[in-house]
Design a protein around this ligand. Structure first.
Ligand SMILES: NC(=O)CC[C@H](N)C(=O)O
Length: 463
């Protein structure tokens, strides 16, 4: 249902936006290019006809924009105009059905290595906000301090923008950060291709020569790099140190709003690099959090091994994971992981809680999923059971342990911008961590010696 609905909305909006005068102007040049080029790309079947052919007239007075082309490894070429950086880039072409939140999506480290195709046809209309920070020192409007995706593909770039937080246009931001952007392409046709053949390697080319330059010999695969290591912090740092409950967070490419969801609820958060062995530090913390992150989870085996050790701890601390965190926890629990045909990316993915049958609409951004078929009801694996399941495709949306305080979800409860329906999971996790703290402080585990060490030294008074 949720896949269908945005498709219908998008189509209606596309028709609307195409009839606007600004859209017509933006398209004139594009359509002229498209006649030359909806084209041949070698080693290739013929490119598909666009799903629609709009009646655009070539307007010789239209301003001439730099041509751009999205070239898929399968051989399909989509031509349009550039509105970002004047350089080309490579990545895995993926699509998102989110209607809003392009600044957040583009700065989400989980999109690292990917060329992002928006199904929402009109993009850029509210510009790009500032790097303003909140009271915790976290970016208010972005999920990290730079654009993380390799490029963006939109149907209709809004050349005029308006919003009270906007400081620049989407095109200016992309140009400043060296990220190519293409508009005027039939994103519905691209999405059809990506759904049929799966997320595909691609090149986003910019420049006058893109139409002659038909051959792309190499398509580097970002998933062959260790994207988690690229996105993770190199230094350990602390947020809200006076918080009442201490959380160790393993940063696989953490989003600002995950950190905010923890510290705003009173947690003191220490952020560690992805491969840090937290097992040796866990007596200083009340809970462990495993973040989201880009690329193939199999690149983060050190984290999986550290988690497998943590699961064996006879006095386990609460552990919660999001997205990449879910995949890594599942792998540590003994589950397999596989690449989805085209992934789930958008703000409208239905996830069913297997405990109470309730369905929440969630934000998602992943290309991999846990293979959870062994987690049949009443017969889990090593005490693990399914927590959430995707109502569209049945893929795994989370796991939880039956007796230990471990759980994780594939969707994003911290979603920005929304929906916020599952943010309560942060409360659940921190409640467990607080309960753990109370339990530990009432446990007579210390020796007299350790008590003595804790007595502060008398202050020397200098006469
Ligand atoms: N948002 C995430 O953490 C994404 C996880 C992983 N990179 C995937 O694509 O499946």
């Amino acid at each position: 249902m949720s896949l269908l609905r945005p498709a219908l909305i998008s189509r209606a909006m596309a028709v609307k936006s195409l009839t606007r005068p600004t859209a017509r102007l933006a398209y004139t040049h594009v359509r002229a290019l498209a006649t030359v080029a909806d084209t041949v790309f070698p080693a290739n079947k013929a490119a598909p006809k666009p799903a629609h052919s709009a009646p655009y007239q070539f307007d010789a007075s239209a301003p001439k924009a730099t041509p751009a082309a999205l070239k898929l490894k399968s051989g399909h070429v989509f031509t349009g105009t550039s509105f970002g950086a004047q350089n080309s880039s490579f990545g895995e072409a993926v699509f998102t059905t989110s209607l809003v939140g392009y600044p957040e999506s583009m700065t989400d480290p989980s999109y690292r290595g990917q060329i992002l195709v928006f199904t929402q046809p009109l993009i850029g209309n509210y510009g790009v906000p500032s790097q303003e920070k909140d009271q915790f020192g976290l970016l208010k409007y972005f999920e990290s301090n730079k654009i993380q995706c390799q490029g963006i593909v939109v149907n209709d770039y809004a050349t005029k923008y308006s919003h009270w937080t906007a400081v620049e246009s989407l095109g200016e931001w992309c140009a400043r950060e060296g990220i190519p952007a293409i508009s005027g392409v039939d994103t519905r046709a691209i999405v059809h291709l990506l759904r049929d053949q799966g997320s595909t390697l691609a090149k986003l080319e910019v420049g006058e020569e893109v139409l002659e330059n038909k051959e792309v010999v190499e398509f580097p695969n970002p998933n062959e790099r260790n994207l988690v290591s690229e996105a993770s912090t190199k230094e350990i740092y602390e947020l809200n140190p006076m918080g009442d409950v201490k959380i160790a967070l393993i940063d696989c490419g953490v989003k600002e709003n995950i950190l905010r969801c923890l510290v705003a609820r009173g947690a003191a958060v220490t952020v560690f690099p992805w491969n840090h062995d937290f097992n040796k530090d866990m007596d200083q913390f009340d809970g462990l959090f495993i973040s989201n992150g880009p690329g193939d989870p199999r690149a983060a085996m050190p984290t999986v091994n550290n988690l497998a050790t943590a699961f064996k701890n006879p006095n386990p601390k609460p552990i919660f994971g999001i997205c990449m965190g879910n995949q890594l926890m599942g792998m540590a629990a003994g589950l397999g992981v596989y690449k989805l045909q085209f992934g789930n990316r958008g703000h409208n993915q239905p996830a069913i809680n297997m405990q109470n049958g309730r369905c929440s609409i969630t934000s998602q951004n992943h290309g991999y999923a846990l293979e959870d078929s062994v987690l049949t009801p009443g017969k889990g694996l090593n005490g693990w059971e399914k927590y959430f399941v995707n109502a569209n495709d049945g893929s795994n949306e989370g796991i939880r342990h039956l007796t230990k305080p471990f759980s994780s979800v594939q969707f994003h409860p911290e979603a920005k911008g929304g929906p916020q329906d599952t943010e309560y999971l942060f409360d659940d996790f921190l409640n467990l961590a607080r309960a753990e703290k109370v339990k530990m402080s009432s446990k007579p585990f210390y020796t007299t010696e350790s008590l003595i060490k804790e007595v502060p030294k008398p202050v020397e008074v200098v006469a």
